[in-house]
Design a protein around this ligand. Structure first.
Ligand SMILES: Cc1ncc(COP(=O)(O)O)c(C=O)c1O
Length: 459
């Protein structure tokens, strides 16, 4: 056996809990680079569990990049373990940076307050009091109908109200789907590598084992997917910015149909394509295998916490059960107000105005850093990856310079799931600042990159 290591493990949490305890010991540095883990036999006998359980945990940790294992050699802690999710930084109030180019938010100062206020007034005037009760667990019927026709029209989604669930954004969609799949006996969920770390953490917290799948210039490598479920961003990969190539879209839909696996399609910014009509949703190709998810977090405001799932029919009841356990229902007045916005055309008008503004911002960003953007990054969405050249600067140099200039930036690093020498980059959220602060934020970025030791030029 290797060293005598104590893991903070509660046997009631089972195999997943023990895996977490070992990850935790590595992340917190109690087991540092090169440290030898106990042999599977020794750990199993120490903890009074089956050796096969420990073998499986070590295999998972190897796949995730925490440890190295080789036939006949002891299992050791890897050099560059996956970083813990960064702590959230203040977006407003004390501690918020002067300039903010972190991804994840639309321009909140453009929230359509007047449209929202008049839609709310109409809802309050015309809705019978009986609708203000608990209502349908899956969401208010009127919103599910409005969403069905909006999504069919705008994204080609095969949507009937019976398979639509209104939820609290994509974060909630991930926890609902993970819970529903666990109920069906499936715990493995594949995620694109890289992908937004926050959703992987949510899936893990809901009991999933998260499996990394590589992404290249054509999107997720479909031939490497081998899990009962996979989460993808096909219209515009987060954070690399590529779109899923047509051949791979078809291959993914075919694979899901043939294997009986589920795909969770995160269509977080599908409304924002700047050069052409957006490609339709992947869900159209396999509506009984693809759960389509959308959100108002990029179109209106994340603070509304409103999103939707269009589900394969077999998942509707398991998701309803997950909603019951969570004791969750979307707020009725907000749902009705959003339906009013959709039906009145105000939502469509707002999106068209935002699209025009964001397109100009993206163009300006590209003009400022013309060589830092890879050719496969499509003109779409709310964020753009500035790729740092191999000669430097490195992400940490850029973040340190950004802190000195009170510029909020996010590195590509935390989005990777596995250690190794990944390309370096900064994920620029060009929609975050209000209009008047955008050029100031860009010049802060120019200063920061120059100070960090490079102009963000692509090799
Ligand atoms: C890749 C991606 N998907 C989805 C979302 C939306 O998440 P939510 O609807 O929980 O706000 C975001 C927001 O940052 C995102 O970056």
């Amino acid at each position: 056996m290797g060293p005598d290591v104590h893991f903070d493990w509660d046997p009631g949490t089972g195999r997943l809990g023990l895996a977490d305890a070992i990850r935790d010991a590595i992340r917190k540095g109690r087991l540092s680079h090169g440290a030898v883990l106990p042999s599977t036999r020794a750990l199993a006998s120490d903890l009074g569990i089956a050796r096969g359980t420990v073998t499986r945990i070590y295999a998972d940790l190897t796949a995730e990049g925490y440890v190295h294992s080789r036939q006949g050699a002891p299992t050791t802690v890897a050099a560059d373990v996956p970083r813990p999710s960064p702590p959230p930084h203040a977006r407003s109030g004390p501690g918020a940076p002067r300039w903010d180019l972190r991804p994840g938010q639309p321009d909140l100062s453009a929230f359509p307050r007047d449209d929202w206020a008049s839609a709310t007034r109409r809802v309050l005037q015309h809705t019978p009091a009986s609708l203000f009760g608990y209502g349908d667990r899956l969401g208010v019927a009127r919103l599910r109908e409005s969403l069905a026709s909006y999504l069919a029209r705008s994204r080609g989604v095969v949507a009937d109200p019976q398979r639509i669930v209104v939820c609290g954004g994509f974060s909630h969609a991930v926890s609902l789907l993970t819970t529903a799949l666990r109920e069906l006996g499936e715990t493995d969920i594949a995620f694109e590598n890289p992908s937004l770390y926050r959703f992987r953490d949510i899936a893990k917290a809901a009991g999933a084992r998260v499996i990394p799948v590589p992404v290249d210039d054509e999107g997720i490598d479909v031939s490497s997917v081998d899990s009962p479920a996979v989460v993808v961003t096909p219209a515009h990969h987060f954070p690399l910015g590529v779109t899923l190539a047509p051949g791979r879209r078809t291959a993914l839909a075919k694979w899901a149909s043939a294997s009986g696996a589920f795909v969770l399609e995160d269509d977080y910014d599908g409304e924002f394509r700047f050069d052409r009509t957006p490609v339709g949703a992947l869900q159209t190709l396999a509506p009984e295998r693809v759960a389509y998810a959308g959100t108002v977090s990029k179109t209106l405001a994340p603070g509304l916490r409103l999103g939707w799932l269009v589900l394969p029919r077999v998942l509707v009841e398991p998701v309803r059960a997950a909603l019951e356990w969570q004791g969750w229902r979307a707020p009725v007045i907000e749902q009705l107000t959003f339906a009013e916005l959709l039906d009145s055309g105000a939502y469509g008008r707002h999106i068209r105005r935002r699209r025009a503004s964001y397109r100009k911002r993206r163009d300006l960003l590209l003009a400022t850093f013309p060589d830092a953007v890879a050719k496969h990054d499509i003109p779409a969405g709310l964020q753009l990856l500035l790729r740092l050249p191999p000669s430097g600067p490195r992400e940490e140099d850029v973040l340190a310079a950004a802190a000195r200039h009170s510029l909020g930036l996010e590195a590509l690093g935390p989005h990777w799931m596995t250690p190794c020498d990944h390309p370096q980059g900064i994920v620029v959220g060009y929609t975050t600042p209000p209009e008047h602060a955008y050029t100031g934020a860009l010049s802060a970025l120019r200063t920061v990159l120059a100070e960090a030791g490079g102009a963000g030029r692509h090799p």
